[in-house]
Design a binder for this molecule. Structure first.
Ligand SMILES: O=P(O)(O)OC[C@H]1O[C@H](OP(=O)(O)OP(=O)(O)O)[C@H](O)[C@@H]1O
Ligand SMILES: NC(=O)CC[C@H](N)C(=O)O
Ligand SMILES: [Mg+2]
Length: 480
């Protein structure tokens, strides 16, 4: 799907998966199933690379997993080690050259790599590598990582990865393979998730544990921040290349990205969302006839809210499951119609009612505005919007495709201004404290930079300048 066709809101992350077995027992199919389960993390391109200890074969293309692979393609991918990727581009264009996994040949061997995340110093490293004569095939940050590893590969794969990790900065969950092993690496802050599963015949890696069910695997544990796990069919070897006093797991995984049936860093995503609904009900009660969600990610939140408030949960919007396959070229008018195509009001459930409408986030404000309008047109008496995250007020540089700060409504408008813009009768955002309470782990475990601007690492200079300007704009407004 082309980017213009996507919605204005928050977008997905990439998904990565890996498999290693004693022998080739449907390795490519397991990856196919795993990627299918991770499809929500990226819909632009998909790819699988499989290695039989000698040859590496791969196939990648633009489109959904089901569009990129058929039986014939999967049958060609023979081997007992494999990795896969579904992409939502964060650096470099959305085209087939930038599809992952990336496969490079070096000194008699092959390395394949799939990356979820975003580096903050990719430009600098790329310039240095290019100055040293390295040729790049793609425009993505991930190729910097694979080229660094290839460059140091005469020191052995582990030392090569260690040295590369000393140089790269940013967010990365990596699955890497060569002819001998499958390797999983997670950045020192643990910004992006990665977990290990055990199958009857070996091991698997995936961005989210929800992929394990269809891969026939059981969750063993998460790869820890700053950890490199080397997996052979016999077992897992672990080493830490860097260890920091804090973690910075992306809080948006729990709010929006991850599937509710995933467990990330010991937190059950479904329960976390339900808890945030309970906390929302406590933080800002309002009298109403029905609690409803913007499907799908907010459904557990609405259930939690209903449970805690005693107000019944009901369905007020029906989501068209096939929207991801639309290929119309949008004009603004078509976009407006497309929202209706995606979410249609259930007039019979809404008419004459005071509604509590729950969504996971407000980014530009377009979704909530359109939905409140739709519900009111369908006869809702009042619409009280409750959001299961604080205002998104700072851009993300670690892999979430948030727009520039000037387009973030939470960066430039006050809560009451936003309420008026979206035509809500009342508006409340979950407080950062409430969000952390819902997750049940200390705040120092998470990156909340999109809400408070406390980035867990230094940002590129341009980003710092942009942030500075916007903060002043907002503070000026609040002080007026
Ligand atoms: O304020 P906005 O800029 O509109 O962004 C916020 C919306 O973006 C996301 O939904 P999205 O429509 O991207 O996808 P979803 O169907 O997976 O929730 C998120 O769930 C919010 O609904
Ligand atoms: N969303 C992601 O994790 C993207 C990975 C990588 N930066 C790319 O653009 O391909
Ligand atoms: Mg949404």
């Amino acid at each position: 799907m082309s980017k213009e066709l996507m919605w204005d809101g928050l977008k997905e992350e990439c998904g990565v998966a890996g498999v290693i077995q004693m022998e080739d027992d449907h390795t490519a199919e397991l990856l196919y199933f795993g990627l299918y389960a991770l499809q929500h993390r990226g819909q632009e391109s998909a790819g699988i690379a499989v290695n039989d200890g000698d040859k590496t074969r791969w196939h990648k293309d633009m489109g959904l997993v089901s569009e990129v692979f058929d039986n014939e393609e999967l049958e060609k991918l023979t081997g007992h080690i494999g990795i896969g990727h579904v992409r939502y581009s964060t650096s470099g264009e959305s085209d087939v050259e930038n599809a992952q996994p990336l496969v490079v040949r070096y000194r008699g061997g092959t390395i394949a790599l799939a990356h979820n995340g975003n580096l903050v110093n990719a430009r600098l490293l790329r310039d240095r590598l290019e100055d040293a004569g390295v040729v790049f095939q793609t425009t993505i940050d991930s190729e910097v990582i694979v080229n660094l590893i290839a460059r140091y590969s005469n020191e052995g794969i582990h030392q090569a990865i260690r040295r590369s990790m000393e140089l790269i900065k940013g967010a990365y969950a990596l699955v890497i393979m060569n002819e001998e092993c499958l390797i999983g690496v997670r950045d020192p802050l643990g910004l992006r998730p990665l977990c290990i599963g055990k199958t009857e015949k070996g091991y698997v890696l995936a961005s989210e544990s929800s992929a394990f069910d269809v891969m026939g695997a059981e969750l063993v544990r998460d790869v820890e921040p700053g950890e490199m796990v080397t997996i052979t069919p016999e077992g897992i070897q672990s080493e830490f290349f860097q260890s920091l006093p804090r973690r910075a797991g992306c809080i948006f995984e729990y709010i929006y990205f991850a599937r509710p049936d995933s467990i990330i860093d010991g937190i059950n995503v479904y329960e976390a969302r339900k808890n945030s609904g309970r906390v929302l009900a406590k933080e800002c009660p309002v009298e109403a006839d029905m609690v409803m969600a913007v499907p799908d990610s907010s459904i557990p939140v609405a259930l939690g809210y209903a449970e805690a408030s005693g107000i019944p949960y009901g369905e007020g919007l029906i989501k068209n499951r096939y929207i991801g396959r639309t290929f119309i070229q949008p004009t603004q008018a078509i976009r407006e119609l497309a929202v209706k195509l995606k979410l249609s009001p259930m007039a019979a459930n809404i008419k004459g009612k005071k509604l509590i409408l729950i969504d996971d986030s407000i980014v530009r404000g377009t979704t909530s505005k359109r939905i409140v309008e739709t519900l009111k047109q369908a006869g809702a008496k009042e619409v009280h919007v409750r959001v299961s995250s604080p205002p998104v007020a700072y851009s993300c540089y670690f892999g979430i495709d948030t727009p520039d700060r000037n387009q973030l409504i939470g960066a430039v408008k006050t809560v009451d201004e936003i309420r008026k813009i979206i035509h809500a009768d009342s508006l409340h955002y979950l407080t950062p404290e409430g969000l952390v309470e819902a997750l049940g782990k200390p705040e120092k475990n998470f990156c909340l930079a999109c809400f408070d601007g406390n980035y867990p690492m230094e940002l590129p200079e341009k980003a710092q300048q942009q942030n500075g300007q916007r903060v002043f704009q907002r503070l000026d407004k609040e002080n007026q």
